[in-house]
Ligand binder design. Structure first.
Ligand SMILES: Cc1ncc(COP(=O)(O)O)c(C=O)c1O
Length: 414
């Protein structure tokens, strides 16, 4: 019987049946027919490995106490503990935590907070500035902030205009900063993915330009939003990418690794000033946003266990070691003419495969994905850009398997 399921980002006319996944452990997934090495952390979410025992334990314990409760006007211990823990580890300056349940909603909330801030202050600042090639999610607001293209062409009539800055590729930083300087004075906010643009192609830029962008915002009072949905919780080598640029965002968006990747949970952290702009006996200044599962207790318990793992296990050492393992394997590809733009940031490695037709719609991405799956590795290239973003528990020999299949793919496709 065919499945009634409509899968995300899947062209069903071109793809076969989805593998039935039955289990996960560490860096591995178990399907009905084979084991798959999860080299993209199940869409960038799994940080410590599938089913980390402490996260599993915390989930089991919490479900026995409280499964779900309305979060408007109520609170519960895991939400409180997690919020305090997040403020403690986040870049200095943020003081409040607003929960939601996906990266897209964390960003949507950030955009609404920014506009609410200015409206409640009686200022008509509503323009959002964003980067070329950005990706911030798939809701209407986040698509508006993200790059325009085939992914959102059908929804264009719903999207609002933003000011688009040129991507600060090495050597083009001045261009970005000059464009920002021109538009920043009366904008509501600048939103960026700090140091690396994920879905836009794993494109990296320097901490210096991140710092300079934040400074320009600060000088003009424009809110600086760091979308750390992908980068947060260690991917770039530090807990947050912003740590490397010594910037203190006004708003930080977190999701994916917040629960160690185990359950849907997101948080938008903001400064006291933004909270205060909404704090009033006048009800019309309320921050009007909610979703049914805001701060689900079980997801928050998983988030608390994640923070405990960061506190008590050598996560930073694991991340440094994984970065080194990735670097050693990338170096081996340096003189291989079938690859270009080899790059690494922390635990993330990426490379472009030189293929005759590299466009996203050309089909090379799905072909490569199928090729990798057939060889037991879960990779999901962005067109001809192959990236490796494994959970931090992956072993050297497992990473070798990933690079072996990448070399095999180069032999076939490049
Ligand atoms: C930087 C960034 N922001 C937002 C999102 C959206 O997150 P979600 O898919 O959880 O809605 C993503 C997802 O990949 C992302 O990489």
């Amino acid at each position: 019987m065919s499945s009634p399921i409509w899968h995300p980002f899947t062209q069903h006319a071109l793809s076969g049946d989805a593998p039935l996944v039955l289990g996960g452990e560490g860096a591995w997934l178990q399907t009905e027919n084979c084991r798959l090495l999860d080299a993209i952390s199940s869409w960038w979410v799994i940080t410590h490995g599938h089913r980390h025992p402490r996260i599993v334990e915390a989930i089991k314990k919490q479900i026995d106490a409280l499964d779900q409760v309305i979060f408007a006007g109520f609170t519960h211990p895991p939400a409180e503990e997690l919020a305090h823990g997040l403020i403690e580890i986040a870049p200095k300056g943020v003081a409040h935590v607003f929960y939601s349940d996906s990266g897209s909603t964390a960003v949507e909330v950030a955009l609404k907070m920014a506009l609410g801030f200015w409206k409640n202050r009686g200022k008509s600042r509503s323009r959002i500035i964003a980067l070329e090639h950005a990706y911030h999610g798939d809701t209407v607001g986040t698509m508006s902030a993200g790059a325009r293209g085939v992914f959102n062409a059908a929804y264009e009539p719903l999207l609002f205009d933003v000011v688009r800055l040129p991507f600060p590729a090495p050597g083009r930083e001045r261009e970005t900063l000059e464009a920002l300087e021109a538009d920043v004075p009366d904008a509501a906010a600048l939103i960026v993915e700090p140091l690396i643009l994920g879905a836009g192609g794993m494109l990296t830029y320097s901490p210096d330009v991140l710092h300079a962008m934040a400074q320009l915002c600060r000088r003009h009072g424009t809110l600086f939003i760091a979308d750390e949905v992908m980068t947060g919780f260690g991917r770039t080598g530090t807990v947050f990418a912003c740590n490397q640029a010594d910037v203190t965002p006004d708003i930080i968006c977190l999701a994916k690794g917040l629960s160690g990747g185990s359950l849907p949970l997101a948080a938008t952290l903001c400064t006291g000033e933004i909270f205060d702009a909404h704090y009033s006996t006048d009800r019309s200044r309320t921050f009007f946003h909610s979703s049914s599962f805001t701060a689900n207790p079980v997801a928050c318990a998983a988030g608390c266990a994640n923070l405990e793992i960061w506190k008590t296990e050598p996560v930073r050492e694991r991340i440094a070691a994984l970065g080194q393992l990735q670097e050693e394997r990338l170096v081996r590809l340096h003189n291989d003419g079938r690859f270009e733009n080899l790059r690494r940031l922390g635990t993330i490695a990426a490379m472009d495969l030189k293929v005759p037709d590299p466009g996203y719609l050309a089909g090379i991405g799905p072909e490569l994905t199928a090729f990798f799956h057939a060889r037991g590795v879960l990779l999901r290239p962005l067109g001809n850009t192959i990236y490796v973003m494994p959970p931090y528990c992956i072993a050297a020999a497992e990473l070798d398997l990933v690079y072996d299949v990448i070399l095999q793919a180069a032999g076939k496709f490049a």
